[in-house]
Design a protein around this ligand. Sequence first.
Ligand code: FAD
Length: 289
Amino acid sequence: MIVTLERTDSLRSGTRLLEPKWTEVLTIVPEIPGVSTYRLKFVEAADQEAYQFEAGQFNMLYLPGYGEAAISISSDPTDHSGIAHTVRFVGNVTRAISQLRVGQRIGLRGPFGRPWPIQQLEGKDLFIACGGIGLPPLRPVLYHVMRDRAKFGKVTLLYGARTPNELMYTDEYEAWRKADIAVEVTVDRGDKDWTGRVGVVPMWFYQFRIDPKASAVLTCGPEIMIRYVIFEALARRVPLENIYVSLERNMKCGQGSCGHCQVGPYFVCKDGPIFPFTALQPYFNVEEF
Ligand SMILES: Cc1cc2nc3c(=O)[nH]c(=O)nc-3n(C[C@H](O)[C@H](O)[C@H](O)COP(=O)(O)OP(=O)(O)OC[C@H]3O[C@@H](n4cnc5c(N)ncnc54)[C@H](O)[C@@H]3O)c2cc1C
């Protein structure tokens, strides 16, 4: 059954939609070559206090003279001491972010977007399939599962990277596993020390036993990976309404005004980035326009 999404007001913290607020860089953690995690804190204590987000939402990060980029929030929504963003340095804004040092300032507006539907996922087995920079928006889901483990069934994270050196957050896998999350990784190309899986995420998905009726599939990463994960999920008879997709589109305003990120009738910034596949299915083959 195809559903039409209801519009939500994505703004939850009272931050004004188009006005960035200043934050300060608390820490910078290099994750893999070309990707670092920035932990930010609002300069004004009241802004920090008022700020709340949900797993899967994103902020627009702003550097004067460079512009803004949409970046997912990769920290735990219950941790109010800072807000983490894991950034891949690919272009104008993100390369400028790579030059930031601890103590310097960066503008932030948000949070924006529809989050992962955590409450609806409770009671289900979760199969989380992601690749590359698709893991950061799912890390808050893992934190949620760890905190409320009994509320979920079997939880599997299948995560792919191009090479072993490009696997992110490796120092957290042990804690995730201790919380009874099956952490399964694969790489496109191994190296001489690699003894794990080689191959793309959808290729390995079929190896995992899942109870389709009891499972929800959450996926984020390169669009080609998402498409094949969905094909595999549907082939396994996971109900359409239990498949959730995080989409990326070039976006400017973040609030559904400029139209840059439209997919069919939806604005990815406002109606997404997390979509139930039931809403997205008719438009999923439509390229960005
Ligand atoms: C909802 C949402 C959440 C996002 N979350 C994150 C996140 O957590 N971390 C993160 O690093 N990025 C994230 N992105 C992607 C990020 O917004 C874009 O990469 C953005 O274009 C970066 O801005 P820029 O000015 O640095 O690059 P631009 O100047 O816009 O792009 C420069 C060039 O880089 C290429 N490029 C842009 N994005 C990518 C990419 N993802 N991979 C490879 N090449 C690319 C473009 O083709 C372009 O030619 C997210 C995007 C969306 C819509």
